[in-house]
Each structure stands twice: as C-alpha cells, then as structure tokens.
Write a protein that binds this ligand. Structure first.
Ligand code: ADP
Ligand code: ADP
Ligand code: ZN
Length: 216
C-alpha cells in the first residue's frame, strides 16, 4: 500500500499517519520530519533549509525530491509507505509519478484531509511534541494521560516548532493554497483522490481513513 496524505499544515496528516503506521506496519515518510532532522544535525541540506522553513516557505523541489527518492529505496519501504507532506508542488507530484513508474510501482490512493483555516491556526498554535520520540500533542485537544509525561515513551521533555506561530502560519497557508492545493485537481483527474472531513474528531477521521484503505 502506497498512499499520500494531502492537506494544509495542521490538518492532522502526521497524527493520522502515525495511526496507519501502527495498524498497517508501513513507514511514515514525512519530509517535514526529515528536514527538521537535517536542521538539527546541521547537515548541508539542513543549513540551507532552516531559514526557508522558519519563514514558512517551501524548500526547493530538488532537495526534497532527492530526499524522498533515496528514502523509498530503503528495504522498509518494500511493502509500502505513507507520504506525509510530500508531494507539495506539481513538480514534486510529477517526480513522484516518475519515481514510482521507474520502480514499476503504483500509487494506491491520495487522501485529502479538509480543514478550515481558523481551525488550522488553532491546531498549529497549540501543537507540541515529545522531544524524545516525536509523539504529537495539543494544548487542549490531545494532552498526555499523565500531565507532562509522554504517553508513548515516558519522557518529560517536550518541544514546539519555531514555525508553529500565527504569523508564519499565515505564510504557510498562502503557500499551501498557491503551490499545493492544485494537487487536489491533479489526483482527482487521475481517479486517485479521496477526501475526508478532517474537522471531525481524531478517532472519526481515523475510521474514515481505515474505511478507504480497507476498500482498496
Ligand atoms: P506541516 O506538518 O505543518 O504541514 P511539515 O512538517 O510538513 O509541516 O513541513 C514543515 C516545513 O518543511 C514546510 O513549511 C517547508 O518549509 C518544509 N517542507 C516540508 N515538506 C516539504 C516539501 N515536500 N517541499 C518543500 N518544503 C517542504
Ligand atoms: P499536520 O501533520 O497535518 O501538520 P498534525 O497531525 O501535527 O497535523 O496535527 C496538528 C495539531 O492538531 C496537533 O497538535 C494534533 O494533536 C491536533 N490534531 C490533529 N488531528 C486533530 C483533530 N481531528 N481534531 C483536533 N485536533 C487535532
Ligand atoms: Zn515520547
């Protein structure tokens, strides 16, 4: 199973991807996570990407396409994978088609999570994650069961992303509508698109996604 989770920042892609990982045992390929790891490790790519990410703009197509292309060649991607936050431009979408075609692979489905702007700003403004395992939480929607302790790994250290603030979010949304939303038409025309109401509770969204995946 090879699927794409498509949606604006804060739509719930990472949250849902994590649940698909647990149920289906295929890896989540988040270009945002991979780029943040490169920034933290101060690699050449990380050094070039940091300012762009902090400004809420897109890292160049060449860089992200190279990262994904290398990643999907890893053995754990043989059974399939979830693309989270990639592709984000039509150039990246074309590159994805070419990458898969070259390996004789097919895309199973593209799932679009629909959420309105007001809710997206509310979600990213309250988002934080475990500094150790990366589990994602929210100030009001998803708090750890024991206050200040990660449900998954027990760590007591959490962090917030520098780009998860209202101003940068306005820029990220603009970029989404201009550069990424055309992919909705692109995949609809290919008969690959399924849309889900991302405004619903997390568990309801998970159920809707599982229904789509179960019917494949
Ligand atoms: P979100 O989860 O809020 O949608 P991501 O973690 O996917 O955000 O991405 C954070 C930032 O990383 C983006 O604003 C952008 O600068 C960069 N980035 C991530 N994926 C891509 C991509 N496919 N193409 C270009 N830039 C990307
Ligand atoms: P994305 O990867 O699309 O940027 P995330 O999965 O990181 O989005 O979710 C953004 C924030 O919203 C997180 O703090 C998460 O806990 C919260 N969240 C995710 N899905 C929902 C939902 N269905 N309802 C309410 N809050 C949600
Ligand atoms: Zn943790």
């Amino acid at each position: 199973m090879r699927l794409i989770l498509l949606g604006p920042p804060g739509a719930g892609k990472g949250t849902q991807a994590q649940r698909i990982v647990e149920k289906y045992g295929i890896p989540q390929l988040s270009t945002g996570d991979m780029l943040r790891a490169a920034v933290a490790a101060e690699t050449d790519v990380g050094k070039r990407a940091k300012a762009v990410m902090d400004a809420g703009k897109l890292v160049s197509d060449d860089i992200v396409i190279a990262i994904v292309s290398e990643r999907i060649d890893q053995p754990d991607c043989e059974k399939g994978f979830i693309l989270d936050g990639f592709p984000r431009t039509l150039v990246q979408a074309d590159a994805t088609e070419a990458m898969l075609a070259a390996k004789g692979l097919d895309l199973s489905v593209v799932i679009e999570l629909k959420v309105n702007d007001k809710e997206l700003v509310r979600r990213v403004s309250g988002r934080y994650s475990c500094a150790q395992c990366g589990s994602v939480y929210h100030d009001s929607d998803k708090r750890p069961a024991a206050e200040g302790v990660c449900d998954k790994c027990g760590s007591t250290h959490f962090k917030r992303r520098p780009d998860d603030n209202a101003e940068t979010m306005t820029q990220r949304l603009e970029v989404y509508y201009k550069e990424t939303s055309p992919l909705i038409g692109f995949y609809y025309a290919k008969g690959r698109l399924k849309s889900v109401d991302g405004m619903a509770d997390m568990d309801v969204v998970t159920g809707d996604i599982e229904a789509i995946l179960g019917a494949l």
